[in-house]
Design a protein around this ligand. Sequence first.
Ligand SMILES: [Zn+2]
Ligand SMILES: [Zn+2]
Length: 185
Amino acid sequence: MLINHDTRCALDCVVDLVNSAAQGSEPDTLGDVSALGRFVERNAISDVRTLTRQDLTAVRAVRARFTDVFSAPDTRTAAALLNTMVAAAGTTPRLTDHDGYDWHLHYFAPGASVADHLAADGGMALAFLLVAGERERLRRCSAPDCRRAFIDLSRNRSRRYCSSRTCGNRLHVAAYRARLREAAR
Ligand SMILES: [Zn+2]
Ligand SMILES: [Zn+2]
């Protein structure tokens, strides 16, 4: 699957957003406006004006929509969710080469709020994945106490765990044990 750099960044941003929600014993990491500021900075989201409490509420609502897309039971449901999201965000495709980046498309409308920006660009990135027949790459970590969202970009779609250190280790430990069992035969 060919994924260009901008789509990749938008997908990473969606995953970061979905995983900011409270999960099990993990708290919500988008708790206040300054946390939203760190999220915006970490994901290098461009053209963001001064963030407000309203932005926080709106971004959390968009987060819930993305979470729904991740858990959609089928492609038709995911498509309907994305259509609603992208339409509500007032998507406006626009070529740009801002900040020294190569030419790429922005989908958020000029002057869009950060929530609309995320819904437009993240929504379109997921839409491309869906169109490519790759919706099943939207996954949740198989570790029972984790369930973090991730996008499996491996060639054979075999990734089962999120990229967090503990779950990655779990995978290595399991592989190590399997090798030991193999060697003991
Ligand atoms: Zn850009
Ligand atoms: Zn995990």
